[in-house]
Design a protein around this ligand. Structure first.
Ligand code: HEM
Length: 415
């Protein structure tokens, strides 16, 4: 194990990894040619810096794969929680560099510190993002007075069909990477490290990012076949990130400065019904054309929707209940969020015989009320409601970034 770890490190060293740009640049410059003609260039070799002002995995250009888990703390000792956050942080920092979980993995008499399934694999642009749920701030750990006023359980929202076994949790971990095994490895190892202190409450794997989250990224498609993320807040748009995503330094709880609130919603799609609908009806649901992604009032994806435009019969071209009309920031007091969701499919629903598939909606924002207000509106008016149901939910306060090796997730809260 230790030897293999060295070879992983050597691979990284060879690529001159210093950040996403550096790593990807090295691949583009032909660094892979040296290895073998059979080794096709892959986009998986880069690393994303773990330390910084903000946690990685929020402004980071969305990777292709997700492993997400929510945990309940089963210990009632605050010191246990603090020690776990220290250990989790060190493990996450190491894994994002493409290295194993710190500790010995070569003692025959002891279980290896790292479970080993990513040995020899590149880091795959891995990011690990942590958040604290409202339930952590009850009286178990004496944290009630450290709860940000904005961190409250999400209220019941119209059309909710929430499964309590896929909702809530004291802690959340979002692991995103270009490779599913790299993302899963994080959740598995953090769960293992946390044994006795935390217990996994629910988890979700995601494939296929459903949002463009940078100005250079192409727009992907969700499982309904529509481009998603066209008008998203972009991680490289500093002004919009400041205005809509990052919690400001004068927040009521200093430990949240530079952080963000994460809303997670497991949204089931009634795919079979959707697939039987005519193209025109599908396009009316979103207010966009399916192939190009253009608003129905335009011809190109980037065209700005014209919500005032009327058809010859006087009806709005973009229907009153079209998803984009209802969701657009200009129709919601200018308030926006950064959507960073993933598609999921978890086999067949035994009750209906239909696919259990949909969108694992993840969105970051500086105030979760933005989601609550929008979902109150969408849940009662959106044409999309005929085809979807929100079945899981979580709200998590993601603290500001881990600054250096001595810092750890939530130090300002738990120290
Ligand atoms: C399965 C459920 C959903 C699907 C399939 C879906 C799909 C889409 C699509 C295709 C777009 C247009 C492209 C774009 O600008 O990104 C869009 C826009 C948007 N959606 Fe959703 N969405 C879903 C749920 C939600 C939820 C729950 C929210 C928030 C409560 C939301 C908020 C938004 C916002 C803010 C926009 C951008 C509107 C704009 O700026 O014009 N969506 N969505």
């Amino acid at each position: 194990m230790a030897g293999a770890a060295v070879s992983r490190r050597a691979l990284l060293g060879g690529l001159g990894v210093g950040g996403v740009g550096a790593a990807v640049g090295a691949v583009g410059a032909g660094a892979w040619k040296a290895s073998a003609d059979t080794a096709a260039p892959t986009p998986h070799a880069g690393t994303v810096p773990f330390h910084g002002e903000h946690q990685a995995g929020i402004a980071t250009e969305a990777q292709d794969r997700l492993a997400f888990a929510s945990f309940d703390v089963v210990s009632t000792d605050r010191a246990d929680l603090r020690d776990l956050m220290r250990e989790w942080t060190a493990a996450a920092a190491s894994m994002t560099r493409g290295l194993p979980v710190p500790g010995s993995s070569s003692v025959l008499e002891a279980p290896p510190a790292d479970t080993g399934e990513t040995e020899g694999m590149p880091p795959g642009l891995l990011t690990v993002t942590a958040g604290f749920g409202p339930s952590l701030f009850d009286d178990r750990f004496g944290l009630a007075r450290r709860r940000p006023a904005r961190l409250r359980d999400l209220p019941a929202l119209p059309g909710d069909g929430l499964d309590p076994d896929r909702s809530g949790g004291d802690l959340a971990i979002q692991a995103c990477a270009q490779d599913p095994q790299v993302a899963f490895h994080v959740i598995r190892n953090l769960a293992r490290i946390g044994r006795g202190v935390v217990q996994m409450r629910w988890s979700q794997l995601g494939f296929g990012r459903t949002s463009a989250t940078s100005s250079t990224q192409s727009t992907p498609r969700n499982l309904m076949g529509f481009k998603d993320g066209t008008r998203n807040v972009r991680g490289d748009d500093a002004a919009r990130m400041r205005d809509h995503v990052w919690v400001p330094s004068n927040a009521d709880q200093g430990w949240m400065a530079g952080g963000s609130y994460l809303v997670a919603r497991r949204i089931r799609m009634r795919i079979e019904g959707w697939d039987r609908d005519p193209l025109g009806a599908q396009q009316e649901v979103f207010g966009r054309d399916k192939l190009e992604g253009a608003p129905l009032t335009g011809t190109r994806e980037g065209d700005v929707p014209d919500y005032a435009a009327k058809a010859a019969d006087g009806t709005p071209v973009i229907a009153r209940n079209a998803h984009i009309r209802l969701a657009a920031p200009e129709n919601n007091g200018g308030r926006a969020m950064l959507r960073r969701g993933y598609s999921f499919t978890d086999g067949v629903d035994p009750a209906s015989g239909e696919l259990d598939a949909g969108l694992f909606f993840l969105a970051f924002m500086r105030d979760p009320q933005v989601f609550v207000d929008l979902q109150n509106k969408l849940g009662s008016l959106d044409a999309l409601n005929e085809y979807i149901e929100h079945v899981g939910s979580g709200l998590f306060a993601c603290p500001g970034g881990v600054r250096d090796e001595k810092d750890y997730w939530g130090r300002g809260l738990l120290a």
